[in-house]
Design a protein around this ligand. Structure first.
Ligand code: ZN
Length: 212
């Protein structure tokens, strides 16, 4: 008998627990919908409930749609998790290639360029042999290292939360700052005479009103 039982086991009955003579110590189980008997674990039960084309396993003919769709969802999530794990392993392997300066990373050109080029541009030029690591490196290294936007934000907060007006609740301050910033934005847009481009409904040439 398996130690941990997942949701798959609610759809089968264990026919025999005598698993000594079975491969991998798996029990014989019976589907509660079509009464079919087979040897296996959770993976095999899922295979029976939703079918598995890779190993030529047909889907149970009597399983309710709601059960099948639930297990399809579980299976696709499992495959997605597996894909993520594989990608993570790839990134770790590629990082070791980078650290050991293998391939392009060891070329004198790449080493010389690293001293003068910005990090993200260097990775775009020389990181093609490690595509997964390149993607992460470009994303991380192209972030700006500036506190400017935070400073501007604090300055607005400082303007609203003053010595004389200091009993405001956190949410109230946030709302006032939001309104204040939006008003400033509107003023800026009005100052540069910005006009939103749009086509007037009445100027439609095909309209019946315009026919003389
Ligand atoms: Zn079945």
């Amino acid at each position: 008998m398996p130690k941990e039982k997942g949701p798959e086991w609610q759809h089968v009955i264990c026919v025999s627990d005598d698993s000594d003579d079975k491969p991998d110590n798996l029990p014989t189980i019976q589907c509660i919908y079509c009464d079919r008997k087979f040897v296996g674990g959770a993976l095999r039960i899922r295979g029976h409930l939703i079918g598995d084309k890779k190993i030529g396993l047909k889907k149970c003919s009597k399983v309710p749609d709601i059960v099948a769709s639930k297990f399809l969802e579980i299976e696709s999530k499992r495959q997605e998790d597996q894909k993520k794990k594989q990608q993570l392993v790839k990134v770790v392997q590629q990082h070791s290639v980078y650290r050991a300066r293998q391939g392009v990373f060891g070329r004198p050109m790449a080493i010389a360029a690293a001293k003068t080029m910005p990090g993200h541009k260097w990775w775009m030029s020389f990181g093609a042999q490690t595509p997964e690591l390149q993607k992460i490196a470009v994303r991380v290294l192209s972030q700006v290292t500036s506190a400017g936007s935070c400073e501007r934000n604090w300055s607005t907060f400082d303007f609203i939360h003053t010595k004389k007006r200091n009993r405001l609740a956190c949410k109230t301050v946030e709302k006032i700052v939001n309104v204040h910033c939006n008003l400033q934005l509107v003023t800026k847009i009005e100052d540069i005479n910005y006009i939103d481009e749009y086509i007037d409904w009445s100027s439609d040439a095909d309209s019946d009103d315009n026919v003389d």
